[in-house]
Ligand binder design. Structure first.
Ligand code: FAD
Ligand code: NAD
Length: 475
């Protein structure tokens, strides 16, 4: 007889593993199947995020930022340093250690929650049966009352610049360079292009970013995007907008890239090229015929607002379904589904999912951009507070950027908060909480913020929405 569980989760990334843990906490018998393999062939839970995404990228962003600040900012603090140099091998070793601790931590969490880890491939069969193929190649059949699909996403490949490691690589390849390429090309000025472009720029690469769209960071509030673009330019990131890549070929140890923009055809020679033009849902060999689970025209698994697929007792969460491809979005979906399965309350508020880009300065937002609010026709007011006016930011030598609050004119509801500046990714949490509770800008205005902290910028931006900021000129 098939081994049976209350819940089987296929995919152990940031959407799948939290679903399994919450199902275990809900006293359900649960197995989590994951097939991720490292370059050395070893299995690891954690998916893209822990193995080749969020965590390794943040490790390198931190190391490269420290190097940059040591060289460029210590002198003004009165700290004299000489002979500062980079050991990329040590940076990579540190990164690998952090990844290993994080991924092994999941096994410990599974043990604590009573989750059965199964490392290998999972395929959904009709009737909530799952074919599991382990490392030895043997396949056995499992069955479950409920199945959660969390198979994630993979990088989009461009026909005009097909991957050809080590010269033309995806984000995982770009996290693994053993030295800073002298000339680095990046296709796509999105989140990955900006984060990984920043890492290698700080470590010495000349970085050119080719972006197809004519406007920079079109998904962000444009006041924020303009401010960020100014800083990236100062840092030496050469971002070329409206650039359509027509070809890329490896010649010797370099890559010749051709692209077109409004001014005509151009070519660019780089030592390494990173293709970062988005990710697509991954569902290869996940679904047998007759499961009743459907994909949409872009390959995402079709789900309702609570992540139910069209098949009874089959759910899907994370990057393989609609919505932003973010680890925290997938996590909340996984937890919601595991709670709904257990008959508990579960909900994801898609309106308050924060976005963070971990560059320096950081970029973070939640809710609507000013362009979106304007298009909605609702009357609104904005308040902007520059970090230049923040004592803490000045003391940190990081008085760049601003916090911006957008609130409705009629009932003062906060509609969006946009921050570019130091620790923006941490500061945005206050705005998320405020919006989760449908706070007004007056609620933020009347909340006491410790002095001197960066969070005062959010407080003052809320005050500025009513022209009542104390520490800035309310422009
Ligand atoms: P994944 O993390 O892709 O995990 C899916 C897992 O399922 C994988 O382990 C896969 O091997 C496994 N799997 C798939 N099919 C099967 C099968 N049939 N059988 C068994 N196993 C299967 N997001 C953020 O929120 N913050 C960040 O800072 C951030 N940084 C990023 C940096 C980079 C360079 C990249 C590439 C991404 C980053 N992301 C970030 C995005 C984030 O990594 C994804 O949104 C997140 O990993 C999605 O989680 P998931 O569980 O849906 O999918
Ligand atoms: P993205 O969607 O953020 O950016 C892709 C960029 O490439 C866009 O600006 C797009 O206009 C451009 N582009 C598309 N086709 C192009 C072409 N042919 N030539 C030139 N430019 C082209 O995608 P990404 O940076 O690859 O990241 C993938 C996903 O991973 C994102 O959805 C993101 O949410 C997630 N991610 C999140 C974080 C974070 O939260 N900090 C970090 C990294 C990745």
């Amino acid at each position: 007889m098939a081994e049976s569980f209350d819940v089987i989760v296929i995919g152990g990334g940031p959407a799948g593993y939290p679903a399994a843990i919450r199902a275990g906490q809900n006293k359900l018998s649960v197995a989590c199947i994951d097939e991720w393999r490292n370059r050395d062939g070893s299995y690891a839970f954690g998916g893209t995020c822990l193995n080749a995404g969020c965590i390794p990228s943040k490790a390198l962003l931190e190391s490269s930022e420290l190097y940059h600040r040591t060289r460029e900012e210590f002198a003004v603090h009165g700290i004299k340093v000489s002979g500062v140099s980079v050991d990329v091998a040590q940076m990579q070793k540190r990164k690998a250690g952090i990844v290993k601790t994080s991924t092994q931590g999941i096994l410990a969490l599974f043990k604590g929650a009573g989750v059965t880890p199964l490392q290998g491939h999972g395929k959904l069969l009709p009737g909530r049966r799952v074919a599991f193929t382990g490392a030895d190649g043997a396949t056995r059949e499992l069955s479950a009352k409920q199945v959660i699909l969390a198979s994630g996403s993979v990088p989009v490949e461009l026909k005009s610049a097909a991957f050809q490691a080590p010269h033309i690589v995806d984000s995982q390849g770009a996290l693994e360079f053993d030295s800073a390429p002298k000339r680095l090309g990046v296709i796509g000025a999105g989140v990955i292009g900006l984060e990984l472009g920043s890492v290698w720029r700080r470590l010495g690469s000349e970085v050119t970013v080719l972006e197809a769209l004519p406007e920079f960071l079109g998904i962000a509030d444009q006041q924020l995007a303009k401010e960020a673009a100014r800083h990236f330019k100062k840092q030496g990131l050469d971002i070329r907008l409206g650039a359509k890549v027509t070809g890329a070929k490896v010649v010797g140890d370099a890559v010749e890239v051709s692209y077109e923009d409004a001014k005509g055809s151009h070519s660019l020679t780089v030592d390494r090229l990173v293709v970062a033009v988005g990710r697509r849902p991954f569902t290869r060999d996940l679904l047998a015929n007759g499961t009743g689970v459907e994909l949409d025209e872009r390959g995402f698994i079709k789900v309702d607002h609570q992540c139910r697929t069209g098949a009874e007792g089959v759910w899907a969460v994370g990057d393989c379904v609609r919505g932003p491809m973010l680890a925290h979005k997938g996590k909340e979906e996984g937890v919601m589904v595991a709670d709904l399965i257990a008959g508990r309350y579960g909900e994801v508020n898609y309106k308050t999912i924060p976005s963070v880009i971990y560059t320096a300065p950081e970029i973070a937002w939640v809710g609507e951009t000013e362009e979106q609010v304007k298009a909605s026709g609702r009357a609104y007011k904005t308040g902007v507070f520059p970090f230049l006016a923040s004592g803490r930011a000045r003391a940190m030598e990081q008085a760049q950027g601003f916090a911006k609050v957008i609130a409705a004119q009629d009932d003062d509801e906060i509609l969006g908060v946009h921050i570019v500046g130091p620790m923006a990714g941490e500061l945005i949490a206050e705005a998320v909480l405020a919006m989760e509770y449908s706070a007004s800008s007056e609620d933020l205005q009347r909340t006491i913020h410790a002095h001197p902290t960066l969070s005062e910028a959010v407080h003052e931006a809320a005050l500025a929405a009513d022209k009542r900021a104390i520490d800035s000129l309310n422009r």
